[in-house]
Design a protein around this ligand. Structure first.
Ligand code: DGY
Length: 351
């Protein structure tokens, strides 16, 4: 949990280490979470929290996982086969995020480790952010604010900081899952946008109809979108799904918003397109290799940059952590996890 404006104004509490002599399952919490979540875990398990909220190295994570049956984690901890091989006692990895591309799910399944994520609970909050980011890029909010704060605002001018309209424009969505549909609702019902989307599978007519949404192939999506929003999950097949060739197909007046995952956009190609004015603007919440940014992105005026805050409201973060806790409790006490990602062959209950 970040050090800025902590949720509910609460202060971080130091939590004692797990009791090694206990016969209860032991779990590791990879990042600082809300105190009530740790308290709930302690009703069932010996809990080792990350009171300092430090990002642990692979070695430290593995060392701390020794003897633990469960891990409560985020999308930031790489859970790979090497880590799993060092932890044969591990039974469940429960993520508080919807994305799980940091986890080698195949290796987890082979080794009998259940993986769960937190879908659903962050849909509307993330859609809010995605829509706001698209608007900020289209209407140049950060650039306009910098203009004002730096004392450059002297008068009203016809061509001052003019942007692109959002209402009535064509909203393109790549990845029409829960969050994609929530963004489509905002666009279609709130802003009178024409919605087109590309997805592996076409949505049923009863989902498309109220949004007036139309499935199109990817080339058409790129060519017709006035505002293209990326909401597809990261998978190796989606690596650089938007690269130089795709950007070249987009309208130079269009905006591109990425709230999905770094690596889906080729940030180097995007930077070049923005710099050359081949794309009007971009809104980014995620980056290849974050928290590092592609060199030069920071200097571009026509990109809005956010630090991966798509789901960052207090209520939603509580719900995400709560979902992960529920899953971990279920996984290690013989219950039924709510949102499993895999179905490992080894039983997940270890108590
Ligand atoms: C998610 O839940 O996947 C968010 O992007 C946070 O990583």
């Amino acid at each position: 949990m970040s050090t800025q404006r902590r949720p509910g104004g609460e202060t971080r509490r130091a939590q004692p280490e797990a009791t090694p002599s206990s016969t209860r399952p032991a779990v590791l919490v990879a990042r600082a979470v809300f105190p009530e979540a740790v308290a709930r875990l302690r009703e069932h398990f010996d809990v080792e929290p990350n009171a300092e909220d430090r990002a642990w190295s692979h070695e430290e994570l593995s060392r701390r996982l020794r003897g633990k049956q469960g891990l409560l984690a985020t999308a930031g901890e790489p859970i790979d086969d090497a880590l799993l091989a060092e932890q044969p006692q591990l039974r469940a990895v429960c993520l508080m995020t919807v994305g799980y591309n940091n986890v080698d799910v195949g290796a987890c399944s082979r080794r009998g480790v259940l993986v769960t994520n937190a879908p659903g609970v962050l849909t509307e909050t993330t859609a809010d952010l995605g829509f706001a980011l698209m608007m900020a890029a289209a209407r140049r909010f950060p650039e306009a604010e910098r203009f004002l704060r730096s004392g450059q605002w002297k008068d009203w001018r016809v061509d001052q900081l003019v942007g692109r309209d959002v209402h009535g424009a064509t909203l393109g969505i790549l990845g029409m899952g829960r969050i994609g549909q929530a963004i489509a609702r905002r666009g279609a019902l709130g802003f009178g946008m024409k919605v087109i989307y590309h997805n592996r599978s076409r949505l049923p007519p009863e989902v498309e109809a109220p949004l007036g949404a139309r499935w199109v192939d990817k080339a058409t999506l790129l060519a017709e979108s006035d505002h293209l929003v990326l909401v597809l999950p990261y998978a190796p097949a989606n690596h650089h799904a938007i690269g130089a060739a795709e950007l070249a197909r987009m309208k130079p007046t269009a905006t591109l918003t990425n709230i999905a995952r770094g690596g889906i956009v080729d940030d180097a190609a995007l930077s070049a397109a923005l710099r050359a004015g081949r794309l009007f603007a971009a809104g980014l919440d995620v980056y290849e290799g974050e928290p590092e940014l592609y060199p030069g992105l920071l200097e571009l005026p026509n990109v809005v940059l956010l630090p991966h805050i798509g789901s960052a409201t207090e209520a939603t973060r509580r719900a995400m952590v709560g979902c992960a806790v529920d899953n971990l409790v279920a996984a290690l006490t013989g219950g039924v996890p709510l949102t499993p990602v895999n179905a490992p062959t080894r039983p997940s209950a270890s108590a």
